[in-house]
Design a protein around this ligand. Structure first.
Ligand code: GRF
Length: 221
């Protein structure tokens, strides 16, 4: 039996994307570890329920936050993952960590990047009277929410959308997009070379079939 593609998922809180990624694993990848900077993160319960190894990196156990972040890199490397998946992980990673994991580190962000990097995206999108919103999965580089984009899932903003309603609707798109991207990377349909993302024709076809936008193509809702 060939070795499954191993991912480590990093979380700080709720862990609903972790849950979607665990439930989306259908024999292409395995969640080899869940790592958190918060021992109380609710999402750790999904890891426990699925008997996935957990590692905690606690800021309080290190002299400085920078030391804690370097310890995080060591914990990640202990599991030798093929891919590191940030899913609501609330530490900005320093250049040393980003550089050690370059091309193997992805994040999901609740906006159609490059629009609305940073926090409070749903509120800002409504205030800006945008017509559409959604989520983006991207490789991580040194710029927060700025790395090469892999795929996006867009939704139309509706008249009745409040910040909370929109947050829920965008979260649903995240739960569809993130496992799909992880699987596509595991299958080799998405690759990263020198800061550029490539997708095979088969990957593009599969993306189009489920309505995901990919680099260089018009977004489909
Ligand atoms: C998601 O909205 C994700 O886009 C952002 O943090 C949130 C994490 O939610 N990066 P959850 O912990 O996966 O439920």
């Amino acid at each position: 039996m060939s070795k499954l593609f191993r991912i480590a998922v990093l979380i700080s809180g709720r862990g609903s994307n972790l849950q979607a990624i665990i439930e989306g694993a259908n024999g292409t990848y395995e969640v080899a570890a869940v790592i958190s900077n918060n021992s109380e993160a609710a999402g750790l319960n999904y890891a426990r329920a699925h008997h996935i190894p957990i590692a905690i990196v606690d800021r309080a156990e290190h002299a400085t936050l920078s030391d804690a972040k370097l310890a995080l890199l060591e914990r990640i490397q202990d599991f030798a993952p093929d891919l590191v998946v940030l899913a609501g992980f609330m530490w900005v990673l320093p250049a040393a960590v980003v550089s050690a994991l370059r091309g193997k580190l992805i994040n999901i962000h609740p906006s159609l990047l490059p629009k609305f990097p940073g926090l409070d995206t749903h509120k800002r999108v409504l205030e800006a009277h945008e017509e559409e919103h959604g989520c983006t999965v991207h490789y991580v580089n040194e710029e927060v929410d700025g790395g090469p984009r892999i795929a996006q899932c867009a939704i139309q903003i509706l008249e009745d959308d409040t910040e909370d309603i929109l947050a829920g609707r965008v979260l649903e798109t995240e739960h569809r997009l993130y496992p799909w991207v992880v699987e596509a990377i595991a299958l080799g349909d998405i690759t990263y070379t020198n800061g550029k993302v490539s997708m095979t024709a088969a990957g593009r076809e599969r993306a189009a079939a489920v309505g995901f936008g990919v680099p260089g193509e018009v977004l489909k809702g």
